[in-house]
Write a protein that binds this ligand. Sequence first.
Ligand code: SAM
Length: 220
Amino acid sequence: MKKEFWLEKWQNNQTGFHKDFTHPLLVEFIEQLNVSKGDTIFVPLCGKTIDMLWLNSQGYHVIGIELSQLAVEQFFSQNNISFELAKDSLFNVYTHENITIYQGDFFDLTPSHLQNAKAVYDRAALIALPDGLVEKYTEKMLKIIPDNSIYLLITLELQRTTTDALGPPFSIPDKKVHQLFTQYQSVTLLQEEDIIEREQGFQKLGCAYVYERVYLIDKD
Ligand SMILES: C[S@@+](CC[C@H](N)C(=O)[O-])C[C@H]1O[C@@H](n2cnc3c(N)ncnc32)[C@H](O)[C@@H]1O
């Protein structure tokens, strides 16, 4: 999938994945990460999620990575927070107190960017990536997050009609999660729920079901 795809989505305001509230499953399961205040949580493919603000309000430091400059700037402007902007070879680096967002390509990150991360909070990143790229994503993640990282994953398995099934959101069944994270030490399913009844956007896509699943993953 070309980077332009996501940049255009942001330019055209096609951001149905964005929620204007903190994700309830993050609030419910944050304790499972067993992180302490002051620890750093990595939020990959972060968009402009206000989950980063919530994490920061709970005392955690946050590192995000997002391709779209528009998304990053909307995160700061729509939440009325100032930022400082610096350059790191391949990234624009936006910071506000304990929130740092790298604007650029996830695949350009190196372990040095994440050396202080204790945990990963990943919501709606896997469903953004097609077959082939999603495997590269979890392989890259394994290389850049520190050993002993713990990973809270929220993802979706959905049934699409065949005609519109070419683009995201891509379905990530339970079996695929286990395949993607096979090199990690453990993958534990914490919760699953069919959310189709309350998700009009997915009803419009013609989905018969949308299983939202939460996993806890130990790197090692
Ligand atoms: C489905 S959205 C999820 C956003 C966010 N996690 C949330 O919960 O609202 C996927 C995001 O990934 C970003 N993205 C896609 N490919 C990327 C890449 N290679 N590097 C960084 N960000 C990327 C897109 O711009 C988009 O904002």
